[in-house]
Unconditional design. Structure first.
Length: 367
């Protein structure tokens, strides 16, 4: 059956004008996954077609849609990766040509993060981080290579993480009967002031009226940070350092090993792409996607969550499987088993070191 006949058979009302097609056999669990797999194949074909002689007139251009029998049409392009640097618009520098600095160079190198195959995204994303957060004298600090840039970016993300959480909570707190906090938030127009108001309320033990389990977990995390900021932020920074160091190692595989088939690249680009935007913006710009229904069903918190209950329910309890850092990295927190606190843990990288972990410390595993 030809493509035109297939369109007629499946009642495609407005088929595109086309000059031919390729036939691929794709095995996927659902139509969306099949469309993503087809989009990956199209990206690879477009990368090859870029080397054709004769300019764009001699290249095949994809229609841009995926049709699956019995299902609505889907875009062939993958969903937006969300590397948004909102400060370029807010400060009116999006189309400025009066200056050229390191930030402009970094934005050019990181452009594949928004649209492009995973390999250039990993390589360009790390190059942008390295250009902004490393220098020639970093070897004197005793850290091998340019991995110091990952640690510095982790520190920046950690500093901005509480503000992102508190800002989201300030917009989630909507009681049926307005209370003192909601009335105060109504008169505040700057996110920094809204963050301070929510932080003061959580420190005083005031309850937040929130309905989503991920927001309840965020309130617990912020209560823990406000109660013991040094310990909690150190744990969060360790998680970010682990993910960003993995980005550095994947970049080395691409640049130095020329290994282009890595199944973890798509998942790896998810957290790092937004953190790169964080370096350029100075604040978290991402939205807060919801957790899956499966995670929401695990020990769902009450509708009205009181921050004073943090003493009886640990904020990093295994029951809280939620989107960490407002929807960037799915992380499951669990306590270390008894007897594991003296075990030597190998550190991934060029060297191995031993770390004595206290029984009260938390094991962090990226899903």
């Amino acid at each position: 059956m030809g493509l035109a006949s297939w369109f007629v058979t499946n009642d495609i009302t407005k088929p595109p004008r086309q000059y031919g097609s390729f036939l691929f056999a794709i095995t996927a669990k659902d139509p969306t996954a099949a469309a993503r797999a087809a989009g990956t194949l199209v990206q690879r074909l477009q990368a090859r077609a870029a080397y054709a002689r004769g300019g764009s007139g001699s290249r095949l251009e994809p229609v841009g849609q995926v049709w699956i029998a019995g299902h609505p049409a889907l875009p062939v392009a993958p969903p937006a990766r969300g590397v948004d640097v909102l400060s370029l618009i807010r400060e009116r520098t999006m189309y400025s040509t009066s200056s050229h600095d390191l930030l402009d160079d970094a934005l050019e190198m990181a452009a594949p993060l928004n649209a492009g195959p995973p390999a250039p995204a990993v390589s360009g994303g790390w190059s942008a981080i390295e250009s902004l957060l490393s220098q020639a004298s970093d070897t004197a600090e005793g850290r091998p290579g340019r991995v110091v840039a990952a640690d510095r970016l982790a520190a920046i993300v950690t500093c901005s993480w509480p503000r992102a959480e508190l800002t989201a909570l300030s917009y989630r707190h909507k009681p049926v009967v307005p209370d003192a906090l909601s009335n105060l938030l109504e008169g505040l127009h700057k996110n920094l002031d809204r963050c301070r108001a929510v932080a003061d309320a959580l420190s005083a033990g005031q309850a937040l009226t929130i309905r989503d389990p991920s927001d309840a977990a965020a309130a617990l995390r912020m209560s823990a940070v406000l109660a013991n900021p040094y310990k909690e932020l150190a744990d969060v920074r360790a998680v970010f350092e682990s993910v960003l160091r993995r980005l550095y190692r994947q970049r080395n595989i691409v640049v130095h090993g020329a290994r282009l088939r890595r199944s973890a690249w798509t998942q790896l680009c998810a957290p790092s792409r937004r953190w790169l935007a964080l370096v350029s913006t100075g604040s978290c710009t991402q939205s807060s996607p919801r957790t899956s229904d499966h995670l929401n069903s695990l020990h769902a918190p009450p509708t009205r969550w009181n921050s004073s209950e943090t003493t009886s329910v640990p904020p990093w309890s295994p029951c809280w499987s939620s989107w960490f850092a407002r929807g960037q990295v799915p992380v499951l927190f669990m306590r270390l088993p008894r007897g594991l606190h003296d075990r030597k843990v190998p550190r991934v990288g060029h060297q191995h070191t031993s770390a004595a972990l206290s029984r009260s410390r938390l094991e962090r595993r990226l899903l």
